[in-house]
Design a protein around this ligand. Sequence first.
Ligand code: SF4
Length: 364
Amino acid sequence: MKNFEPQEIVVESGSEQSSIYKNLKRAFPNVPFAFTDQLWGKDSPTASRDVFGDGKRKLLLARHRGEFLKKCPGSDGQVCCNYFVINFASNCPMECSYCYLQEYLADNPALKVFSNIEDLLGEADALLGRHRKFFFRIGTGEITDSLALDPYIGFCAEVVPFFAEQPNVLLELKTKSDCVDGLVQLDPKERVVVSWSMNPEKVIDADEHDTASFGERLVAARRCQAGGYKLGFHFDPIVEYPGWEEDYREMVERIFAAVDHRRIAWISLGVLRTTPGLKRVMRSRFPLSRLPTGEQILCPDGKLRYFQPLRVDIYRKMLRWIRAASPIVFVYLCMESKEVWEQVFGFAPSCEKELGSRLANFGF
Ligand code: SF4
């Protein structure tokens, strides 16, 4: 995957005491650092035609105000999996053409990394301690990639040892990178799942720019498995195109040939989702991408998806290929309706707590 090097790093006064600042200084000896009391929100308007893309090359290190831990918002009317998210950064150094952050963080002028990890850990400690009988799944890959920045900021070394000692949590680190050098030096003590969003090489080449190749992700998954981590795979977004069946079946077979299926905590399936606004951004930022040209219909949650019969057909085929390789691995659908669940699996979870606890049980 492509190495990340920002053009400048802006540090909010006070954040220079943090371990992340020290790691950034070590990682980027040739990048200029600036210090400020004034945060990005007060910047003057820019003439750039790609504020979002430019923002990926400016790194801002600042304290996070407000809560780090939030319940995943899910999507209206879709079956939710009762997941919590920690936002340790916002935006991502990689460039997927379909990335929803292009709409969600459209005017974000910088890639933000938060310096007050001690507050994050304090919050997590309080939540987990208050509800010891509840098993939490917490992820860090909601508005950034969990690992792509790790070689530069050393976030995992700060948080994995904490979560490894907790009796009632699984921390999920979700990525399209192969940045696992820091992770494999730590002992996850069965409390950390490292998961990869996977697509065939053809989709990665066309629409997942600057990410690790399929082969690099697989090597990284094997290294994590050898290091004691559980694995997860997210076949999401699945893209339909002429010949997709052959590519996706081969991808599933290659993954199961490379890793021990008994160490896979979960696999999710989800088709390409966009919105009218995101499609506009995709056409302007990635004019060569074919993804915005396919037919999609507007669903009750405001997202565009393939027609339901096509989605069901895709999920059934994926499930068949997965089951041929592993009859036991836990598979679920991401952001899909109860009707689709029923057609694919013959049942739908009765509520988010049911799906969440099934996932937690499989993960443990
Ligand atoms: S890796 Fe994830 S967060 Fe980063 S650009 Fe791709 S979709 Fe967006």
